[in-house]
Each structure stands twice: as structure tokens, then as C-alpha cells.
Write a protein that binds this ligand. Structure first.
Ligand code: DI6
Ligand code: FE
Length: 412
């Protein structure tokens, strides 16, 4: 057991909510986990005796480290020219049907070396870390062949080795039909289920499995085959569902006890009901909604009524959400989807942890949980959702370790 490290004099939000701060709080970390937390004056003297290191946070606000539970962080190239086409009137679906869209990122991702892919993803990851993000989910899905899907997932694992951040990998082989399988989507699903997933799972590269269930993605029947394959390997599933149309993917995903169903603009009440029964998290992606200039919002009132936990993520990707800012997503979830500030904050902490299957160890601050927390330069937690651009994360601690890339506390 390592010696305890004491963090003291903070205004602590244990669950990322804007109310009920513990004033002048202290937090004791042993072996990366929280051993004690509460008002500093209640800290038992016996625990203080062994402390090896003390950090005085000078009454800064502390929240759980933020969690980005849906990203496509790793890809080659960018799609800035496609953005211009869309501004000139082309729709996302039209561009996808013309061989642009996801398929053009696939081309670029196949071409670049693993090191180049790593370098560009690291820049994006560092931007996330600078905003207080201590855990990131990263999907494959711009390879669409075994070698390139492997390259992407290996890069994801490497990112987790060079930065003090928890990386969860998701195999999204069923993201699009690659050109060499044009018109043969079922045969491509065979490849995904019978060759890619078993091989990548064998190599320890897959934490969860996702599928893009959509008119421009995969049908319900094809999606179900992917879920069945994941089930054979005991892997948890997620689904891109009801983003551009109502296909019923969410209800299907719920039947497979999906950790989350994501996007959900077109979700209906039957789908919401299925999510509640299965304990599936609704991951909302306001960045994609905004960038595609969608007008149909997810059924927030129904999700609330049924008590389905709502998470918020960046969906960071080159086609529909070129953003690394989870803080901006907080703001957009409030302005575009009318979430309350506290709902949005729960969406990047507790509920995001649940969407990754990690709610028992992170996403809140409690004794026994990982010491994953962010120290902020704000006067209230609500400012995290209020500003676009301003809030700064002064320090980020993950599993008790101070991220060396964040700025040290100012001396003044
Ligand atoms: N839905 C999305 O928003 C992204 N993938 C998906 O299934 C978009 C991916 C892209 O356009 O590159
Ligand atoms: Fe996505």
C-alpha cells in the first residue's frame, strides 16, 4: 500500500451536480482510490498521520473527471471540403451515397501509418484532457478491413499508455459497407462477425462492440447479427440508433442489454420503454445534431418520464462532429436539447460512466471509487455548462495520479 495523498481546501461536488457542494472539503487517496472524503475539519487525525503528500487547492471547485463515452477519435485526414459541399446544399446522406462521407475517411485511415494515426489522435486526446476529461471511449470503424481496424484499436491502446487517461475501445467494424463490398452488405457482416471480431477480441483489443443501425448503415437483421457475435464473446454492446430515421434499433439493442443506445433523435416511446427495462443509457450527441443542422430533437421528455439515464458525448469524428470539446457539448445539450445544467453534468459524469459499464468505479467521487477528479478555474459548477470556451481545468487527477500535462496550481 502506498502512503496516502491528501487533497484539501476544495469546494467538492461529489456527483458533478451544481448544488450541494461540500465546502472546505478534503479527499484522501490511497493506491489510486478514494480512502476518505468529506469536510476537511471532520478528517480523522489518525488518517492524516501517514500522509506523504498534501495538495492545497485554495478552495477551487472539484468535480469527478469528465467522461467522453462516445468518440471516433482516431481517423486519417479530415473532411473540411465535405463541410463546404454541405453548406452549398448537399445532404449528409447524399454525400455518403456518392462515395464521400465515412468511406472517404476510410480511404485516408487505410493509407496513413500507425504512427501518423497515433500522432493526430494524440493531439485530439490532449485537447480533451485539457478540458478535464479523464476517460474516453474510442471506436474503430474507419478501417473496415481487419488490418486497419486492428491498426486503429492498437492506436487506441497506445494512447492509454502514453497519457494518464482511461481509454475504452469499441469495435465498430459495422460502421459502413466498404467499397470492396458495395452491394454485398451481408457478406461484409459475415467478415465482421466471423473474422474481424474474433481476431481482434483474441488480441485483447475490444472492450465493447457497436453497430451503425441506419438506412445508410446496417439493417436491423444485419445489426442483430453483430450483437449476437458480440454476445458469443461475452462482450457488451452499444448501438448508433435512430439518428436519421426510426428503425427500431434501440429496442433491438435493449434486447441484448446494450450499455447504451446513441444519437436517438428519432426514438419513439416503445424504444424508450425498452431502454428502461434493459437499463440502457441514452447517449445524446448534440455536436452531430448541430453540425448536421438537424431539427428533430431526441425525446427528452419521454426519457425523463421513464427515468432513462442520459449521457452526453462529443461523437468526435471527421464527418458529423469535428469537435473535441465535451464542455461545448454540455452547453449544447442545454441550449439545443433543453437539458437542465444538472442533467447535462450527470451526462458527462455518472451516466457517461454507466454507458461504459464503469459506474461502480468512476463518474462520481465516493470511498472506494477511483480518484478521478478535475480541479476547475470557475466560481460555480454551473459555469462548466454556461460558458463556451472559458472554463479551464487547472489540474486533472486520474487514479490518484496528477496528469503532468495539466498546469500546476498557480502560485498567486
Ligand atoms: N454516426 C455518426 O454521427 C458518425 N458515425 C456514425 O455512425 C459519423 C461518421 C462519419 O461521417 O465519418
Ligand atoms: Fe458516432
Amino acid at each position: 500500500m502506498t502512503k496516502p495523498v491528501l487533497w484539501k481546501n476544495m469546494r467538492l461536488s461529489v456527483d458533478g451536480q451544481s448544488s450541494a457542494l461540500i465546502e472546505s472539503a478534503a479527499l484522501l487517496v490511497v493506491d489510486g482510490r478514494i480512502a476518505w472524503l468529506g469536510p476537511g475539519n471532520a478528517l480523522p487525525a489518525a488518517l492524516v498521520r501517514d500522509v506523504s503528500e498534501t495538495h492545497d487547492l485554495q478552495q477551487a471547485i472539484v468535480t469527478p473527471g469528465l467522461i467522453d463515452c462516445h468518440t471516433h477519435l482516431i481517423f486519417g485526414g479530415d473532411r473540411a471540403e465535405e463541410f463546404a459541399l454541405r453548406l452549398a446544399g448537399a445532404s449528409y446522406e447524399e454525400i455518403a451515397r456518392r462515395g464521400g462521407g465515412i468511406v472517404s475517411s476510410v480511404r485516408a485511415t487505410r493509407t496513413v501509418s500507425e504512427d501518423e494515426l497515433f500522432g493526430s489522435a494524440l493531439r485530439r486526446l490532449d485537447a480533451m484532457i485539457a478540458q478535464g476529461v479523464s476517460a474516453v471511449e474510442i471506436k474503430s470503424g474507419y478501417g473496415l478491413d481487419l488490418a486497419t481496424e486492428r491498426k486503429m484499436l492498437r492506436v487506441a491502446r497506445r494512447l492509454g499508455q502514453v497519457r494518464n487517461v482511461t481509454i475504452s475501445t469499441t469495435f465498430l467494424g459495422a460502421h459502413a459497407v466498404p467499397l470492396e463490398y458495395a452491394g454485398r452488405a451481408d457478406a461484409y457482416i459475415d467478415l465482421v462477425c466471423e473474422q474481424m471480431l474474433p481476431a481482434l477480441h483474441d488480441e485483447g483489443l475490444v472492450d465493447a462492440v457497436d453497430v451503425f443501425c441506419e438506412s445508410i448503415g446496417f439493417s436491423l437483421a444485419q445489426s442483430e447479427r453483430v450483437l449476437q457475435a458480440a454476445q458469443r464473446y461475452g462482450l457488451p454492446v452499444k448501438m448508433h440508433a435512430e439518428q436519421l430515421s426510426l428503425m427500431g434499433g434501440t429496442a433491438l439493442a435493449a434486447r441484448y442489454h446494450a450499455l447504451s443506445a446513441d444519437h436517438l433523435e428519432y426514438l419513439d416511446e416503445a424504444g424508450v420503454h425498452a431502454m428502461r427495462e434493459a437499463g440502457t443509457v441514452a447517449v445524446l450527441l448534440p455536436g452531430a445534431f448541430y453540425f448536421l443542422r438537424e431539427t428533430k430533437t431526441p425525446p427528452i421528455a419521454l426519457l425523463r418520464e421513464y427515468g432513462v439515464p442520459i449521457a452526453i458525448a462529443t461523437d468526435c469524428n471527421p464527418g458529423t462532429s469535428p469537435s473535441t470539446s465535451l464542455l461545448l457539448m454540455l452547453n449544447m445539450a442545454c441550449t439545443l436539447f433543453r437539458l437542465t445544467v444538472d442533467e447535462a453534468l450527470a451526462g458527462v459524469t455518472r451516466h457517461a460512466a454507466k454507458a461504459l459499464g464503469h459506474a461502480d468505479v468512476t463518474g462520481r467521487l465516493a470511498v472506494g471509487d477511483y480518484a478521478d477528479f478535475a480541479v476547475w478555474e470557475v466560481a460555480s459548477v454551473a459555469e462548466l455548462a454556461y460558458w463556451t470556451g472559458l472554463p479551464r481545468c487547472r489540474q486533472l487527477v486520474r487514479h490518484g495520479e496528477l496528469d503532468l500535462k495539466t498546469r500546476p496550481a498557480r502560485a498567486d
